[in-house]
Design a protein around this ligand. Structure first.
Ligand SMILES: C[C@](O)(CO)[C@H](O)COP(=O)(O)OP(=O)(O)OC[C@H]1O[C@@H](n2ccc(N)nc2=O)[C@H](O)[C@@H]1O
Ligand SMILES: Nc1ncnc2c1ncn2[C@@H]1O[C@H](COP(=O)(O)OP(=O)(O)OP(=O)(O)O)[C@@H](O)[C@H]1O
Length: 307
């Protein structure tokens, strides 16, 4: 009998299929730089109905293999492989795993795709193999792998503080005036580390944007476009002309306002009505842009529902 057989009864199915959803940052305050080199954040994140799929199969070898429809991501540094390996090592599991990752979430886009994939892997293995790991254990593993990953363990709507790992779930009071989202992904990738490095002290805020938005969401007060703020936006617009041009084109296409998600370069706008959102998406696609019509969802990696 193999050492980890107790966690994998014979009856367990050999294949597991999960979705892994993206996020947007409704607000993002950078409070300042910390002694460990990271930045102190207050950000409100929301999972959205744009997802990758992951297929896990048990294999008869003591290793983790991974293939991805984006060949440049098929390697051992992929967060999916790293997440699976951390769990295997922590619990001394010898059971092998083959993972297929189908990416639909744009990469290096500010949509948290890799982080979501890692959290989906942790949750899938924990549930599938009935591992003796609490949500706090998973949170610790997630935190060690990346700042955005803890959020995706619960997803939905949340205030994230510290490096991003201190999660306060918020009641899902998403404004109806923001029911539809149009995302525009300019044709460049942006390194999160570079964006943070190029911040200046004048970009810092005291967290008041995220706190005010949190209060408005909790009390179901109106959230106006002018209430949304991202400390990283000024630097990204100044550094990448493609993003500034995309923003101008989005406004020209009929978006009433445009914000950057995370470290970009993806831009988003919100709409109360589907026809208005679809019209803006159509116009952007007609201009050759990669544009998505999507909506917020209330949970992360398992069952979802819409507002
Ligand atoms: C911009 C956001 O997406 C907002 O949600 C996140 O803060 C980024 O989260 P992430 O991609 O999971 O970030 P990590 O993989 O932990 O860090 C990537 C790099 O971003 C910078 N970084 C990240 C998070 C943070 N609070 N401060 C930072 O300065 C660091 O230079 C770090 O080396
Ligand atoms: N499963 C994965 N999917 C996408 N990228 C991954 C994955 N694993 C590792 N990476 C690496 O992480 C980098 C950032 O990718 P990702 O799509 O997560 O960026 P992002 O959306 O900007 O993330 P965030 O918003 O959390 O900063 C990629 O350039 C890639 O090298």
């Amino acid at each position: 009998m193999r050492r980890d057989d107790h966690a994998c009864p014979e009856a367990i199915e050999k294949v597991r299929f999960v979705r892994s959803y993206a996020k947007i940052n409704l607000t993002l305050d950078v409070l300042g730089k910390r002694p460990d080199g990271y930045h102190e954040l207050a950000t409100i994140m929301q999972t959205i109905d744009l997802y990758d799929t992951l297929c896990f199969s048990i294999i008869d070898e003591n290793r983790v293999s991974m293939v991805c429809n984006r060949p440049e991501l098929s390697n051992e540094q992929n967060l999916v492989v790293r997440a699976a390996q951390v769990i295997r090592q922590k619990l001394n599991l010898t059971r092998g795993l083959a993972i297929e990752l189908n990416k639909r979430i744009p990469v290096a886009a500010g949509l948290g795709g890799g982080s979501s994939n890692a959290a989906a892997t942790l949750l899938a293995l924990q549930q599938w193999w009935q591992l003796p790991l609490s949500l706090h254990d998973l949170w610790e593993i997630a935190t060690s792998l990346g700042s955005d990953i803890p959020f995706f363990l619960t997803g939905g709507l949340a205030l994230c503080e510290g490096r991003g790992e201190k999660i306060t779930p918020l009641a899902p009071h998403w404004p109806t005036s923001m029911r539809w989202l149009v995302l525009l992904k300019p044709a460049i990738g942006v390194s999160t580390a570079t964006v943070f490095r190029q911040l200046t002290a004048s970009d810092y805020s005291n967290g008041s944007w995220s706190r005010a938005a949190e209060a408005a969401l909790q009390t179901r007060s109106t959230l106006r476009p002018t209430d949304l703020y991202n400390s990283l936006e000024r630097g990204v617009l100044a550094q990448y002309p493609e993003v500034a041009q995309a923003r101008a084109d989005m406004l020209q296409a009929g978006a009433s306002y445009v914000r950057l998600s995370g470290s970009g370069p993806t831009l988003f706008s919100t709409f109360a009505d589907l026809p208005a959102a679809a019209w803006v998406q159509h116009q952007l696609q007609h201009q050759g842009y990669e544009a998505y019509l999507t909506r917020p969802i209330t949970t992360a990696n398992t069952e979802i529902s819409y507002f």
